[in-house]
Design a binder for this molecule. Structure first.
Ligand SMILES: Nc1ncnc2c1ncn2[C@@H]1O[C@H](COP(=O)(O)OP(=O)(O)OP(=O)(O)O)[C@@H](O)[C@H]1O
Ligand SMILES: Nc1ccn([C@@H]2O[C@H](COP(=O)(O)O)[C@@H](O)[C@H]2O)c(=O)n1
Ligand SMILES: [Mg+2]
Length: 214
């Protein structure tokens, strides 16, 4: 049975970068951003393995919602195929449910916030400030090559939708990165290098979180 979500739970610690409380539990959040195909999911898997975070991909949660046959599934499906951004209340609710259900107290939130509406909705509902924002920087040319070679059967990995996703990334997601940069919270990674080299740089950033518990 899933735990009920109570958005009215008081949040005791709200300072920037501090651990916060979700449903009575102190949790730390890292937002993982970068263009489509920059390697967010790939590196999150490595971070989970080495540093014991729970990986929550907003895109995966939305794709699961489609597969579950939920009442919002058809709407989410058409938005994803258009490369657009799903209304924040849906995505934030899915993230909140996943966080409340998890036993972990440290989360990588991948592909979120995708726009300022996402950011404000998370701030207002979940009331947690990220420890930092991990930003994967990669050229569009390289990202297209990766997406077209991904072969995971994703409905949005086609040339037409990829073009739209890049436009949304530039117009809606980069301003979020700039917002967090102005707060000194962005840790930028050169994501154009091979996977293991990118992870060497990622490891340096996560060192203070210590190894995964045995
Ligand atoms: N540094 C890298 N060098 C070469 N290929 C990579 C690298 N990182 C990831 N890839 C490959 O590129 C593809 C996209 O990677 P991944 O799914 O991690 O990207 P993403 O940022 O999560 O994309 P999306 O936003 O579309 O979910 C995958 O096939 C992955 O194996
Ligand atoms: N915050 C988000 C995240 C994702 N989406 C939609 O899902 C698509 C796939 O996301 P990935 O991170 O897995 O690439 C994305 O293009 C959006 O359509 C969203 O709406 N909001
Ligand atoms: Mg991904």
């Amino acid at each position: 049975m899933s735990t009920a979500v109570d958005a009215s739970v008081p949040v005791a610690e709200q300072e920037d970068g501090a651990a916060n409380i979700l449903a009575g539990k102190k949790v730390a959040v890292v937002f993982v951003l970068g263009g489509p195909g920059s390697g967010k999911g790939t590196q999150c898997s490595n971070i989970v393995e080495h540093f014991g975070f729970t990986h929550l991909s907003a895109g995966e949660l939305l794709r699961s919602e489609i597969k579950s046959g939920s009442e919002n599934g058809t709407m989410i499906d058409s938005i994803i195929k258009e490369g657009k951004i799903v209304p924040s209340e849906i995505t934030v609710k899915l993230l909140q449910e996943a966080m409340v259900k998890s036993e972990n107290d440290k989360f990588l939130i991948d592909g979120f916030p995708r726009n300022q509406e996402n950011r404000l909705s998370f701030e207002n509902v979940i009331k947690i400030s990220p420890e930092f924002v991990l930003f994967f920087d990669c050229s569009e040319e390289e990202m297209v090559r990766r997406l077209l070679g991904r072969n995971q059967g994703r409905a949005d990995d086609n040339v037409e939708t990829i073009r739209k996703r890049f436009r949304v990334f530039e117009e809606s997601s980069l301003p979020v990165v700039q917002y967090y940069d102005s707060k000194g919270k962005v840790k930028k990674i050169n994501a154009a290098k091979p996977i293991l080299e990118v992870f060497e740089d990622v490891k340096t950033i996560f060192q203070s979180y210590g190894p995964k518990a045995a």
